[in-house]
Design a protein around this ligand. Structure first.
Ligand code: FE2
Ligand code: FE2
Length: 318
């Protein structure tokens, strides 16, 4: 079943003049825009969303960054996205790939075994043409349709690619994160958690993640905007799919037994919860080598009772 949650609305700034034929025409129009983000190399999730899009039949699909990395099928996901010809906004994971490609990632840690899955995407999976394509992606996409409030998509926030906008932020923090956007509606990604908040004069949304949600809900998630009568409304869609297919794809990767970042990504998918940063702190606190299965197992045991969608605090993971 495809669940849905109604979101808020923002009215267009339309001058109160007598309705012209054009205005009447615009009022009658309905447009639907699907916003997909954080696909993260999860091909079964993307395939399920494609099937849902067939049913929903939006007028346009836009991808708001992080098509690659974390999941086991980055190249396949990028192939799908490129073949669809959808506009794509640059995410921090596209940025990682390009940093590896040009060799300016001078942090030796980036070349450690732990991060091998991310490095392999940049160095072996993606073609030179793919990398060139990533280089051309814009940092933002603006939807400016007649009779509807303008919408800006950015992967993080107006402050940066990795500056995600989430439910834990106060109104003031959210206002600051979108202050520089000229548009009344701003849609982010990156946090892998849906968001729907009216702050000041703005409507701030986050689409959630297709491939690696962190809100405790394992479905492939995306946002559907519907523009009608001069206003947008939002529907957060949750699409079921078989995660066993992703685990099988990971098992076909040689690095699954040698690069523990992949084990943590797998745990994130299983629990629909963010773990990577907490795992790294956990290892530091306990003096554990982060790239061993024993450390991963100890972390999984320590966080076994953490509520899905709520990242473990270090005290919980101790
Ligand atoms: Fe991101
Ligand atoms: Fe992401």
């Amino acid at each position: 079943m495809h669940g849905a949650r109604a979101g808020g609305e923002v009215a267009a700034q339309i001058a109160p003049i007598s309705m012209s034929a054009l205005a009447l025409f615009t009022e009658a129009l309905m447009t639907r825009i699907a916003i997909l983000a954080d696909i993260h190399g999860n091909l079964p999730a993307l395939t399920a969303v494609l099937a849902d899009l067939d049913h929903v039949a939006p007028d346009q699909v836009i991808v708001n960054g992080d098509v690659i990395n974390r999941g086991p099928q980055s190249r396949e996901c990028l192939d799908v996205v490129r073949s669809m010809g959808w506009p794509v906004v640059y995410g921090n994971h596209e940025d990682y790939a390009l940093k590896y490609d040009v060799g300016i990632d001078d942090d030796p840690d980036s070349y450690s075994d732990f991060w091998l899955p991310i490095r392999l995407v940049a160095e072996q999976e993606l073609s030179a043409d793919d990398l060139e394509y990533l280089r051309t992606l814009p940092r933002a996409y603006v939807l400016d349709l007649p009779g509807l409030p303008a919408v800006r998509l950015v992967h993080g926030s107006m402050r940066g690619l990795s500056d995600g906008m989430g439910f834990w932020m106060s109104d003031e923090e959210l206002i600051n994160a979108v202050r520089d956007a000229p548009e009344p509606v701003v849609i982010g990604a990156h946090t892998h958690r849906p968001l729907d908040r009216h702050v000041g004069t703005r409507w701030v949304l986050n689409s959630g993640a297709v491939g690696m949600p962190y809100n405790g809900d394992p479905h492939a998630q995306y946002l559907l905007l519907e523009g009608r009568g001069g206003a947008w409304s939002a529907e957060f869609r949750q699409v079921p799919y078989d995660r066993a297919e992703v685990y099988a794809a990971w098992d076909r990767c040689e690095y699954i037994t040698t690069a523990m970042s992949a084990q943590i990504f797998k745990y994130e998918l299983e629990t629909a919860t963010f773990h990577l940063g907490i795992y790294l702190k956990f290892c530091k606190r306990h003096g554990l080598e982060r790239n061993t299965m024993a450390s991963v197992e100890r972390y999984r045991y320590a966080t076994r009772d953490v509520k899905p969608g709520r990242s473990a605090s270090l005290s919980q993971a101790s």
